[in-house]
Design a protein around this ligand. Structure first.
Ligand SMILES: N[C@@H](CCC(=O)N[C@@H](CS)C(=O)NCC(=O)O)C(=O)O
Length: 213
């Protein structure tokens, strides 16, 4: 399998965590989101992922999967252990809901192309875009704080899909200066993730394409 990856992409970070947790090795090709006008917008990459977003996972037969949560779902099917979706149906729905708060309702609003649109098309200042990003992250975290119950991961002793989405979003929040002090549960789960070898291996700072970027 071949992962189209970018070290600072939080959606790609999710897939890297899932791969590391499941002990799956993949080849990687790096798509720099800022260089050359955004390599994700180049024709070769658009042929892989018409959305022009990372990650994408090319299977050995050539099929390309897109959307981090769909990719993780695929990995869960081909390598069920360790489970990222709890066996208990209620816990499974809760873990998925926490993941979706981040992946559907928080992350897309802070994406690179959204910030670029606000600045370049709607004439907002860089400062306003930062206020925008922080606002949506804070709002999402206020809900997430009440939805998770770290022990020490979001829903128990082992990481689930909720932690796979949470750790990258916390990375983003720190990057954009969101104050995490009010979010004790989120900080506790993020600390458990930060101590876990799979999350450490997947961290942006540990990726080969981070060097010199
Ligand atoms: N919902 C998608 C989101 C993918 C996504 O937004 N990727 C970002 C990086 S985290 C990206 O490629 N952005 C490029 C851009 O905005 O031009 C997923 O989960 O895979």
């Amino acid at each position: 399998m071949l992962l189209y990856d970018y070290f600072r992409s939080s959606a790609a970070f999710r897939v890297r965590i899932a791969l590391a947790l499941k002990g799956l090795e993949v080849e990687r090709r790096f798509v720099h989101l800022l260089r050359n006008g955004g390599e994700q917008k180049q024709r070769d990459y658009l042929a892989k992922n018409p959305q022009g977003l990372v990650p994408a996972l090319q299977l050995d037969g050539g099929v390309v999967l897109t959307q981090s949560l769909a990719i993780i779902d695929y990995l869960e099917t081909i390598r069920p252990e360790p489970r990222l979706i709890p066996a208990d149906p209620v816990l499974a729905a809760q873990a998925r809901a926490a993941a979706l708060v981040i992946a559907c309702d928080v992350h897309p609003l802070g994406n690179l192309r959204v910030g670029a649109y606000l600045e370049k098309k709607l004439g907002q200042s860089e400062g306003d875009v930062l206020v925008w990003r922080r606002h949506w992250m804070r709002l999402g975290f206020e809900a997430l704080e009440k939805l998770i119950r770290p022990a020490p991961f979001c829903f128990g002793r082992e990481p689930t899909i909720a932690d796979v989405c949470l750790a990258p979003q916390v990375f983003n929040a720190e990057r954009f200066g969101v104050d995490l002090a009010p979010f004790a549960n989120i900080r506790a789960a993020a600390a458990a993730c930060a101590d876990h070898p799979a999350f450490r291996a997947a961290h942006p700072s540990a990726q080969p394409d981070a060097a010199g970027s």
